[in-house]
Design a protein around this ligand. Structure first.
Ligand code: 1CP
Length: 340
């Protein structure tokens, strides 16, 4: 492999490149007119199943902004295909039959990822070809808890009533569900690496739903298994836990190559929590892209400065970019980070 731009992988491995590398969570998506153009012709589900179109939309933000890494176009919920759970994107995900009882769990199939997700691996190959070694490609999955929460709630949630009820009233069943999901995810990440991804990110988008002791008791062991298995493939593993400083303390025990930091904590404080020997990624509030150019640049520079205290730093937002973002603001952000 001879990548033209290795800044992202260098930082992930703990060496400081000449400039701080930047990519943006959800960088391919609805805020880009060229994405909406592709999406106007196919449904989101079809887009995820068309390797040629996945490759096209994965490349779009690289062409437009000169970002330092690309992320595979897919979704954390495509993995449901390996579990026999049907999901429709409206565009918010809706699971046809939520999984809440022992009978519901028994109905799932927890198959081999390779038997059901070949279209994702084909998309990885197509993306690698399309990117032509300009920048590395990040593969991803949801963390076991975040994945389970969509299955149990039947979609997104604010209170996680069903998921937490299951964890509290039927911990053994909840544990079995997380274990089975984790087994599929282990397999799925292995398949993505075989297909060619250069790094992996695990999204724990809803970790903040649980109190720290519940996270430690019910969730952390499963995430630890997933991270340990993923690390065995030799590509950098990023864990993004959206939550609070206390979850960050737990997450640092996972031994991930890179800790993704959300925007709810100052980066300098997060670095104190995870330690200055840790590589960090983050953590600009996505809404800062709606501030004046001067304010956006000030905040970007402050985060780059704070990141210098870590072993290395990958610039990113502290959560996914809003669909209402002006693409020109992203261009300004990339320029500011590269110049800082
Ligand atoms: O209509 C459309 O075009 C669909 C909108 C959309 C897009 C562009 C969805 C539905 N998913 C995606 C792509 C996507 N999702 C990517 C690849 C693109 C990129 O990053 O550039 C990735 C990595 C994701 C990851 C994802 N999906 C997460 C984790 C990140 C996060 O934001 O926390 C989550 C939670 C999802 C679920 C999901 N899929 C889609 C939506 C609208 C949602 C969120 C629903 C909710 O808020 O509960």
């Amino acid at each position: 492999m001879s990548l033209a731009n290795t800044t992202f992988l260098d930082a992930c491995r703990g060496t400081r490149p000449a400039h701080t590398p930047i990519w943006v969570m959800r960088q391919a998506g609805r805020y880009l007119p060229e994405y909406r153009e592709v999406r106007s012709k196919v449904s989101f589900e079809e887009l995820c199943r068309r390797p040629d179109l996945c490759a096209e939309v994965t490349r779009q933000p690289i062409d437009r902004f000169g970002l330092d890494a690309a992320i595979l176009f897919s979704d954390i919920l495509t993995v449901f295909d390996a579990m026999g759970a049907e999901v429709e994107f409206t565009p918010a995900p809706v699971v046809a039959q939520p999984v809440r009882t022992a009978a519901d769990v028994a109905r799932l199939r927890f198959g081999k990822a390779d038997d059901h997700l070949g279209y994702v691996y084909d998309a990885v190959s197509a993306c690698k070809k399309e990117l032509a070694d300009r920048v590395p490609l990040i593969g991803f999955c949801g963390a076991p808890f975040t994945t389970a929460s969509y299955l149990v709630e039947g979609g997104g949630s604010k209170e996680f009533f069903h998921t937490k009820s299951m964890a509290f009233t039927e911990p053994a069943l909840f544990g079995r569900l997380l274990e089975s999901i984790t087994t599929v995810l282990v397999d799925y990440l292995a398949g993505q690496v075989r297909a060619g991804v250069d790094a992996l990110q695990i999204f724990e988008s809803w970790g903040s739903a649980l109190a720290p002791e519940d996270y430690r008791a019910h969730v952390l062991p499963h995430l630890a298994r997933l991270v340990a298995e993923a690390k065995g493939h030799g590509v950098p593993v990023i864990v993004f836990v959206r939550g609070n400083a206390s979850l960050l303390e737990q997450a640092k025990t996972l031994g991930a190559d890179v800790m993704g930091i959300d925007w709810s904590i100052e980066l300098s404080r997060a670095i104190e929590v995870v330690g200055t020997d840790q590589v960090v990624q983050g953590n600009l509030d996505p809404m800062a892209l709606f501030a004046t150019p001067q304010e956006l640049e000030r905040r970007a520079r402050a985060i780059v400065e704070a990141g210098r205290r870590a072993r290395a730093h990958v610039f990113n937002l502290g959560h996914g970019i809003s669909r209402f973002t002006d693409p020109d603001a992203v261009a300004r952000l990339v320029a500011a980070v590269h110049a800082a």
